[in-house]
Design a protein around this ligand. Structure first.
Ligand code: NAD
Length: 321
């Protein structure tokens, strides 16, 4: 299979490229390196530098390469930034997908695996099922939902098949430690907590310990990036074998409190924790039902919280020395 990975120089895209190559697939990457890194590009992948909003950049790849399946990871993903600069988010995330779909249609490539997010569920609490109401509460989530809908309408009109994956909290690094979440992208709990034990920050702030959960801190669903990446390999095979369009959560079906995550990190080395006030818009509990991905793709996540924390620690130590 020849897979075009758009955004393959980023965190999740690069891990997916590694899994695709392990699986024996040929990979072509298109990335503008706006938040990606050449160091994350697998040496066996063919790399094109270009922007998916620029039709001639996308066409150049489709003219040169015969493509079976496209995977899309090329988005801007920082929620607070999306609130400050919504137009940039609509332009990059939505226009990028529109140009990509148009080019796929022109070149008769009709299989797409798309990265979406739990942010489409908005302030939902508890276990998220794919057919729940979607109600994003920030421009980032709105742009991803707009892309989901655009893909669904295009599939409806042009005999096109897709798998849309909605991710929950992604962390960790590939076992080779050649790739991982790079330094300047850190906003998520696990890498931030790890920074607190390798001397890159003084403490971890926990936002609120008065939620209705077992220890008062928020419950979230954590998934190892390599498990997530492997689901994309299964998604590509599924589409190649004639699978019909589906939207699936990728999470673990269970959750950990923020304090439990801090304790897992503290087992590696002492972590100082400071309790702060609640943040706006943080639901008490957010967990993915992953029954659909398990049933349709036979996807079984392999890694637990300790594995995720340990692999992020190993990677962060490696890049900080
Ligand atoms: N990281 C998470 O926890 C998370 C959670 C939910 C969903 N997602 C989704 O996963 C996808 C990948 O996220 P990530 O964490 O790997 O982000 P990332 O920033 O590491 O990767 C995005 C990649 O896309 C490239 N890119 C962005 N805009 C582009 C454009 N216009 N043209 C060409 N390339 C472009 C960037 O250079 C980068 O290499 C995104 O679509 C995001 O919405 C991520």
């Amino acid at each position: 299979m020849r897979v075009l990975v758009v955004g393959g120089a980023g965190y999740i895209g690069s891990h997916t490229v590694y899994e695709l190559i392990k699986d024996g697939q040929e990979v072509i990457i298109l990335d503008n390196l706006s938040s990606g890194y050449m160091e994350l590009v697998h040496p066996k992948a063919k790399f094109y530098q270009g922007d998916i909003r620029v039709k001639s950049d996308v066409e150049a790849v489709f003219k040169q390469e015969k493509i079976d399946v496209v995977m899309h990871f090329a988005a801007k993903i920082v929620v607070p930034e999306s609130v400050k600069e919504p137009l940039e988010y609509y332009y990059n995330n939505v226009e990028g997908v529109r140009v990509l779909l148009e080019t796929m249609k022109d070149f008769n490539v009709k299989k797409l695996v798309f990265s979406s997010t739990a942010a489409v569920y908005g302030e939902a609490s508890g276990v998220c099922q794919e057919d729940m109401v979607t109600k994003p509460i920030n421009p980032y989530g709105e742009t991803k939902l707009a892309c989901e809908k655009m893909i669904q309408w295009v599939a409806n009109a042009h005999d096109f098949n897709y798998v849309i994956f909605r991710y929950f909290n992604v962390a960790g690094a590939d076992a080779s430690l050649k790739i991982g979440l790079m330094k300047d992208q850190l906003t998520h709990l696990i890498p931030v907590a790890i920074q607190g034990i390798i001397g890159l920050r003084d403490h971890l702030t926990i936002y609120g310990n008065d939620y209705p959960t077992k220890d008062g801190t928020c419950i979230r669903d954590y998934i190892h990036v390599s498990d997530l990446a492997y689901a994309h390999v299964l998604g590509a095979h599924y589409l190649k074998n004639g699978g019909k369009s589906e939207t699936m959560n990728l999470g673990s079906n269970s959750g950990y409190t923020v304090l439990e995550v801090a304790e897992a990190v503290n087992k590696i080395a002492p972590l100082k924790v400071v309790i702060g006030g609640r943040r706006d818009g943080d639901p008490a509990e957010l967990i993915a039902s992953n029954d659909r991905a398990k049933k349709i793709l036979k996807w079984i996540p392999k890694y637990n919280l300790e594995d995720i924390v340990r692999s992020d620690y190993n990677y962060r130590k490696k890049i900080s020395t």
